[in-house]
Design a protein around this ligand. Structure first.
Ligand code: BES
Ligand code: ZN
Length: 635
């Protein structure tokens, strides 16, 4: 039985930004809840994805965990320092598939206390209700994870580069921290943490905290994260890892086989960091390192503080895909410093980060690359708008009753970024940069919801630039589907020649091998392929492939674009590569569209066959989402 929610978590989100200017608090927040009619929209700041209540807030976490590769479990204790935030004596934690073996509470000393694990909900997991004795400030939960924990992937040695040791990594965002740490798993609550982690002696453990650069003799690692973070930024990885410095504050952790290639590919990270600091304020997290994961990692990157988790599929050899690093680094401001209070507010994390990414890329790699990357992002947005339900085109997405993994789209990223791009154009870059600097300072180490951000925009941007900005239009960007009329439509001159070459080739007036591609960058190739019409003939596909060796490309983004074309047009020569791609990479950005295209092109049986073959190597999230696609349960 799930415990009755005492008060909406909105209160927590507001408490969390109590140091921000007073008027950023949304006036509707508390009154809307009380008087809301049945059909009312989501309550600003209320986290519909956590059982946490305002009675207590976690301020610090101490983890003590054994990493057992044999049983595929983490086992130990999570001890939470709690602070009272409202009446009552029950602390409710989020859990998913955890076995709870005991709970103690107290202050200096702890003693057993009553607890109840409620019924599990498919999306939310099970609430763990703990009776907190009068005056207690600390609660210790003894637990172990399930081998099927949704936030962990346990890899066999053969799934690693070295093939000799197993590997473990976590992915907590959005609501998977609860599958490996019983916690108030809501981005509205922030806490510091320390951890003691015991692993097999030949492996290195790292976390979103301060990290050792060398193996310990006894397999015991101690961690400290002195800055407060939301639960979705808890992260751990264990493997046969080595460290290589890239700069004073930046370095890379990877298996030995990938270490030098990764350090070379990402050697500009230190410069990115320095550049970001100039515009957005000091970097608050100490070091910024990268962890290169095995290819089954379901995302491109994850901004775990101090240690971004990165897919190896972006090591292209020519730095063409390093915007991913700029993106995860940018989250050190937009996301990790100023955090979305709920998953409805994801655009506050991802929209600002996508905008900042472009700005960092421009400073490091110049205007041409900047313009192309902005234009490619816009093309992605247009593509996404064609596919989505209208209601999902809204930046402040109504995620009530939905699995955040399944409502994930490009909207918070590219629409969010385009919105900020429009403001920049309207008030000028200098003024907008000044705004960003103030914004990151005003809300640092806070979690804010859409209405708090909007109120801040109104107080600052609109108050100072009322001639150039319009409050209704800003609301339209945030609350309406699609794009406002005359929204910016970024293009790049570098694509003009590519467009005419493609058009001439399609018209039959220019042979593929006569196109002058000698100076094309990755971005131009991507634009060339993504701009192809849906239907191409077998001869056309063969001609392109023969001229450019597309099936054999080593750039995974190009491979993806080409394989999409190949699947849509049943290009058989690419089938072995498609199968190799789908079985060796776990990045959902690639897998979902490819599996969907297979199903849409009468290749469902083939999709199922490949999926089943690849499944043992996939991350739990990859299995769930792509399984739904190939077995026809995809919405
Ligand atoms: N924080 C996200 C990944 C994420 C978002 C995980 C929502 C779970 C829920 C990360 O910063 C990200 O955006 N990654 C992108 C990078 C790309 C936009 C450069 C990815 O993985 O593709
Ligand atoms: Zn991101």
């Amino acid at each position: 039985m799930s415990p009755k929610r005492l008060l909406p978590l909105a209160v927590l989100a507001l408490a969390a930004c109590s140091k921000a200017p007073e008027s950023t608090e949304s006036p509707e927040t508390t009154s809307a809840e009380a008087s809301a009619p049945a059909e009312a929209g989501p309550v600003p700041g209320r986290d519909y994805h956590s059982y946490a209540t305002e009675t207590f807030a976690t301020t610090h976490l101490v983890l003590d965990l054994d990493v057992d590769f044999e049983r595929r479990v983490l086992e130990g204790t999570a001890t939470l320092d709690i602070e009272r935030g409202g009446p009552g004596d029950t602390l409710v934690l989020d859990t998913r598939d955890l076995t709870i073996t005991g709970v103690r509470a107290g202050g200096e000393s702890l003693s057993d206390t009553a607890f109840e694990l409620g019924e599990a909900d498919d999306i939310l997991g099970a609430p763990l209700s703990i009776t907190v004795p009068e005056g207690a400030s600390r609660v210790e939960v003894a637990y172990r994870t399930s081998p099927e924990a949704t936030g962990l992937q346990w890899l066999e040695p053969r799934q690693t580069a070295g093939k000799r040791h197993p590997f473990l990594f976590s992915q907590a965002q959005a609501i998977h921290a609860r599958s490996f740490v019983p916690s108030q798993d809501t981005p509205a609550v922030r806490f510091t943490y320390t951890a003691t982690v015991r692993v097999p002696p030949d492996l290195l453990a790292v976390m979103s905290a301060d990290n050792a650069t060398e193996r310990s003799e006894d397999g015991v690692y101690e961690f400290e994260m002195p800055q407060s973070i939301p639960s979705y930024l808890l992260a751990i990885a264990v493997g046969d890892l080595e460290f290589k410095a890239m700069g004073e504050r930046t370095g890379v952790y990877a298996e030995a086989e990938l270490l030098d290639a990764a350090a070379a590919e990402f050697e500009d990270t230190e410069r990115m960091l320095e550049i970001a600091e100039v515009d957005y304020g000091p970097y608050k997290w100490g070091r910024y390192d990268l962890l290169i994961l095995p290819p089954s990692f379901p995302f491109g990157g994850m901004e775990n503080p101090r240690l971004s988790f990165i897919t190896p599929t972006v090591i292209a050899g020519d730095k063409s895909l390093v915007a991913l690093i700029a993106h995860e680094l940018a989250h050190s401001w937009s996301g990790n410093l100023v955090t979305n209070a709920t998953w409805r507010d994801l655009w506050i994390n991802e929209g600002f980060t996508t905008y900042l990414t472009n700005r960092i890329m421009q400073k490091v790699y110049g205007d041409d690359r900047y313009t192309m990357e902005v234009a490619l992002g816009y093309a992605d947005l247009l593509g996404e708008l064609e596919l989505l339900e209208t209601s999902d085109e809204i930046m402040a997405l109504d995620v009530r009753g939905r699995d955040p993994d399944e409502s994930f789209s490009n909207i918070p990223y590219e629409k969010g970024s385009l919105f900020l791009f429009e403001i920049e154009k309207a008030i000028g870059r200098e003024a907008f940069d000044a705004f960003l600097l103030d914004y990151f300072q005003a809300f640092e180490f806070k979690s804010i919801h859409t209405e708090a951000a909007l109120a801040y925009f109104e107080e600052t941007l609109l108050a100072q630039h009322g001639d150039a900005l319009d409050a209704d239009r800003i609301r339209e960007w945030i609350y309406e589907p699609g794009l406002p009329e005359d929204a910016p439509a970024p293009t790049s001159d570098a694509f003009t020649g590519v467009d005419s070459a493609r058009a001439d080739w399609l018209a039959g007036s220019l042979a593929a091998d006569a196109i002058d591609t000698a100076d094309w960058t990755f971005h131009q190739w991507k634009h060339f392929l993504d701009g192809m019409p849906e239907a191409l003939t077998g001869e056309q596909l063969t001609e392109l492939d023969t001229a450019f060796g597309l099936t054999e490309t080593q750039n995974n983004e190009i491979a993806f674009s080409w394989l999409m074309i190949a699947v849509r047009n049943n290009y058989e020569a690419a089938e072995p590569r498609l199968e190799a791609f789908l079985t060796s990479i776990g990045r959902n950005k690639f897998l979902l569209p490819l599996y969907r295209a297979l199903v849409a092109n009468d290749k469902q049986a083939e999709a199922q066959r490949i999926f089943e073959a690849a499944k043992p190597g996939y991350h739990p999230l990859t299995v769930k989402r792509n399984g739904a696609v190939v077995y026809g349960e995809d919405a």
